[in-house]
Design a protein around this ligand. Sequence first.
Ligand SMILES: [Zn+2]
Length: 176
Amino acid sequence: MSFDTILSFMKKALKALEGGHEPPEPVEVFEFMVVRGTTPGQLEALIEVVEVEHEVWSEHGVRARPALHPFVSERLGVYTLDPEIVGRLLGYPECCVRYFLDGHVRYDHEGPAVVTEGFVPCSRTCEGAVRARLLDPEPDVEAYREVERELEGELGDLPRYHTEYRGYYEYHGVGP
Ligand SMILES: [Zn+2]
């Protein structure tokens, strides 16, 4: 789950961009990249960024995965496309997509949790979100901070186009 589905999408999209392969689902994301004039070389660079994120995250063994670096998500249309399409790309559970579409566009639950930045779970303990590695209701906060520090060291020099971007994780109910 999680990075695997995103990486598999991106690798199939790379083959499709190079020609002779069907575009992967969600097709809308692929079309967005085509309209933006994304080249195979650019997509390869994006795949490398996600692989670094996947590696750093796996090494630390924390439950929730970090958000895609905005250098990647901007190119995939994460800030632009319909939430349902973006949810399919990023592996968001349907209960949480519905919750978001019902108007809960920010995290609004009581109690401790770490979520992947930008993801809004339908509850603090949503099982689908925990399984999808998007939510940790029993977080080891220091371990998450360490993942963020390491990612910042590896990927901190990449440009960020999205001004709302704050980090890789959101911390709720766990102190400053
Ligand atoms: Zn949910």
